[in-house]
Ligand binder design. Structure first.
Ligand SMILES: Cc1cc2nc3c(=O)[nH]c(=O)nc-3n(C[C@H](O)[C@H](O)[C@H](O)COP(=O)(O)OP(=O)(O)OC[C@H]3O[C@@H](n4cnc5c(N)ncnc54)[C@H](O)[C@@H]3O)c2cc1C
Length: 459
């Protein structure tokens, strides 16, 4: 028997477990996650109103319910949890699928003023991540600036203007729904430092902004035309050309009145967040211009946009995990085809997949071939692998060392509690937003520890 620990139950962890059990009949996989709930950013990142993408959870669920896969939630690996070195002692191989959990910073004055947040903080709040703080994101805000023009920027923009009536049917936590319902944001400025043909949002997500109730999308044709590829998109790859066409459609539409406006702005680089009293009151931008080499250069001309709420969405970054090598430049773990490299040499039995392997790019499905590559490397190494005692269950050792995982039955109990909470609020499923209620719900699972029995009972 081959025992593999997969650290992280997001898409890359689940796809890794899936490939392992599909390709190796003798493998047993424990999927550990620091959270009591599985699915990583599919649960805690994908916007709640994107139900179709959210439903990928049911595909990932079949992996975690496989008879040779065990979900061990609430088990952090690293400081305060199971040391990476201990994991290596317990398992024949360990695959790290820990994602890229932190935001890139703007590195400009005023970035930490009250009212300025990373998109992750805002996303975590409306996604009910148990580490999220409810810091009154919307209180007093009428105008918001979203820095960045990727899909996460589009998500947070949409959540700011989508009415509570439409969000009621989602699993968004009640406090976030109430706050959005009481919110008074009327103008969201989504701002990119480069031109419209270089924006990273995808056309589907962009187009959706134009279909939000009582919301107008405002673009400035003269600003769009600063981009040579907007004026002549014939040389653009198809996805960017489609984006440009959507923007051109809005530019040519007659202006319509609406309660809320999304203003898409380009060629503006944030240089400072300005305070109004103790709080952010505006963002100062420098106008940029194409530099002729695909980048932009500053023009020395400035513009201020008033905003009581600033959400920074300029990309994600991996965080180092104690005991694992880390490349500070790329924010990833150095690897060769998924094999972890220590000082340039392959570290036996250690692997990576997903965002921590290749950086925060691609869609959920991109993690599948990424995981497959890693699993192919792992299985090719098996013959030479130093093997652990086959009869020793690592979970017994972990329990003896004080680890109390939330197993599948515990997660199922959380799901039931979320369905009950939803019913009590006249909604469908509503997520539990904090550690106390998640762990209390998990503890109601019969026996808690007998995963196999619980699976059978749950069907
Ligand atoms: C806000 C947002 C919205 C997105 N929306 C979409 C979308 O609509 N469609 C789409 O295709 N893609 C979307 N993506 C991209 C998609 O979510 C990623 O491609 C995918 O989640 C990456 O998978 P992963 O498994 O590498 O990381 P993650 O999904 O981040 O999973 C990592 C897991 O590791 C766990 N973990 C981390 N550290 C430890 C530790 N030390 N010990 C134990 N466990 C640990 C975490 O709790 C987490 O469960 C979105 C991303 C973001 C940030």
């Amino acid at each position: 028997m081959l025992r593999v620990a997969v650290v992280g139950s997001g898409p890359s962890g689940c796809y890794t477990a899936q490939s392992l059990v599909q390709l190796s009949p003798g493998v047993h996989v424990d999927v550990l996650d620091r959270l009591p709930c599985p699915y990583g950013l599919v649960r805690y990142g994908v916007a709640p109103d994107h139900e179709k993408i959210k439903s990928l959870q049911s595909t990932l669920r079949t992996v975690l319910e496989h008879e040779r896969v065990r979900f061990l939630g609430g088990v952090p690996v690293g400081p305060g949890g199971v040391p990476t070195a201990r994991l290596r002692e317990l398992y024949d191989a360990v695959v790290y699928c820990v994602g890229a959990a932190t935001d890139r910073r703007l590195g400009i004055p005023g970035e930490d003023l009250p009212g300025s947040w990373s998109a992750t903080e805002f996303v975590s709040w409306y996604s009910a991540h148990p580490d999220a703080a409810d810091d009154g994101f919307l209180s007093g805000a009428r105008s918001a600036v979203v820095v960045g023009v990727g899909n996460v920027a589009v998500d947070v923009t949409r959540m700011l203007v989508r009415g509570a009536a439409e969000l009621r049917g989602t699993d968004m936590p009640q406090a976030a729904l109430d706050a959005l319902a009481a919110g008074r944001v009327t103008d969201v400025h989504m701002v990119g430092r480069r031109g419209p043909s270089q924006a990273r949002f995808t056309t589907k997500e962009l187009r959706e902004l134009g279909s939000l109730p009582d919301t107008a999308v405002v673009v400035d044709p003269a600003e769009l035309a600063l981009d040579p590829a907007y004026r002549d998109p014939s040389g653009l790859p198809a996805p960017q050309r489609r984006n440009v066409e959507v923007l051109r459609g809005w530019a040519e539409e007659p202006r319509r009145e609406a309660a809320r406006r999304i203003r898409l702005r380009f060629f503006l680089r944030p240089v400072e967040l300005l305070a109004d009293g103790a709080h952010v009151g505006a963002v100062r931008f420098e106008r940029t211009a194409p530099d002729g080499h695909g980048g932009v250069t500053g023009t020395g001309r400035h513009e201020e946009i008033g905003a009581e709420l600033v959400l920074r969405s300029v990309g994600y970054r991996g965080v180092p995990l104690e005991g694992l090598p880390f490349d500070d430049v790329t924010g990833t773990v150095p690897h060769r085809a998924g094999r972890v490299l220590r000082d340039g040499a392959v570290a036996p039995g250690e692997y990576v997949a997903g965002w921590i392997k290749r950086g925060p790019t691609g869609v959920i499905g991109t993690n599948r071939p990424c995981a497959k590559e890693t699993v192919a490397s792992l299985l090719a190494d098996v013959a030479a692998m130093e093997r652990r005692e086959a009869s020793a269950d690592p979970l017994d050792a972990l329990r003896a060392e004080g680890v109390e995982p939330v197993e599948w039955a515990g997660w199922r109990a959380i799901e039931r509690a979320e369905a009950e909470l939803g019913a009590s609020l006249g909604r469908s499923v509503v997520k539990l937003p904090d550690w106390v209620s998640l762990l209390a719900a998990a503890r109601t699972a019969d026996g808690g520890a007998d995963t196999a029995a619980a699976r059978t009972a749950d069907g």
